[in-house]
Design a protein around this ligand. Structure first.
Ligand code: OAD
Length: 236
């Protein structure tokens, strides 16, 4: 029996753009409209929790209205033939709703809240809002289950281990600006083929065996998936 090849897919905001969810650093992106320091840091939470709650409530609303697109769906197809692990920087649940089975969220999950008293107390949010006064079972205010700038990335070690085991590494829709996530590619094996799918120029993260596919995720991912499923790509 042949052993299934391991495909690791590393995704960013670009894979959900065609589902109507805003990216961060494109023109018109979220960080053009908001200052990171006002809404996505522990300091912001201390200074103005209502603004932070409102920012993420709006994001959650957008996610609830969105649906997985052709790119999310194509990645599910890959599971027919490969062992697929997805590492996403996205806080939406579109990979899961498309049907992907193994998804690691590096930057948290927007549809969950967690206790400000004990980070182990994580809850599914019913609807789109966390309100001031919503509390955990210990009586502390709930916050969004999001990794803010300046906070540890608890899933990072797990993601590094998964990346180091990849036979193929596919990067989709990320500007590779935010560390430590952007450094994951450097944990891959020396001969691991790397693909980047992004309609815009992405800085080569300093790797040699790289294929750039300058397409939107909705177009580029199904094409690459089809080629992989048909065995049309020369892989090590
Ligand atoms: P960015 O907004 O930095 O980058 C989005 C990338 O998606 C860019 O490279 C775009 O060219 C690309 N893109 C745009 N439309 C696309 C499409 N239709 N198909 C494919 N690619 C497309 O988003 P991320 O790299 O995900 O963290 O940002 C990383 C982290 O920064 C986020 O997880 C978030 C943010 O601040 C936190 O909030 C902690």
């Amino acid at each position: 029996m042949s052993v299934q090849k391991k495909i690791v897919v590393f995704t960013g905001a670009g894979i959900s753009a065609e589902s109507g969810i805003s990216t961060f650093r494109d023109s018109g992106g979220l960080w053009e409209k908001y200052d990171i320091r006002d809404v996505a840091t522990p300091e912001a939470w201390t200074k103005n929790p209502n603004l932070v709650l409102e920012f993420y409530n709006q994001r959650r609303k957008q996610v609830l209205e969105a649906k997985p697109n052709a790119a999310h769906k194509a990645l599910v197809e890959l599971e027919k033939k490969f062992n697929v692990r997805i590492i996403t920087q996205n806080v939406d649940d579109l990979h899961e709703r498309a049907g992907s089975k193994n998804v690691v969220h590096l930057h948290g999950e927007i549809r969950k809240s967690r206790s400000t008293f004990n980070p182990e107390l994580v809850y599914e949010i019913d609807g789109w809002e966390i309100k001031a006064g919503d509390k955990c079972e210990k009586g502390s205010q709930l916050r969004p289950h999001i990794v803010w700038f300046g906070e540890q990335v608890p899933e990072m070690e797990n993601a590094q281990e998964i990346s180091s085991d990849a036979d193929i590494f596919i990067i989709i829709g990320t500007s590779l600006n935010v560390y430590p996530a952007a450094g994951l590619v450097h944990f891959t094996k020396k001969d691991c083929p790397i693909f980047i799918i992004d309609p815009n120029e992405v800085n080569n993260p300093g790797i040699s065996n790289l294929v750039m596919i300058r397409e939107s995720a909705g177009k580029g991912v199904p094409i690459l998936v089809e080629k992989l499923l048909r065995g049309e790509l020369q892989l090590s």
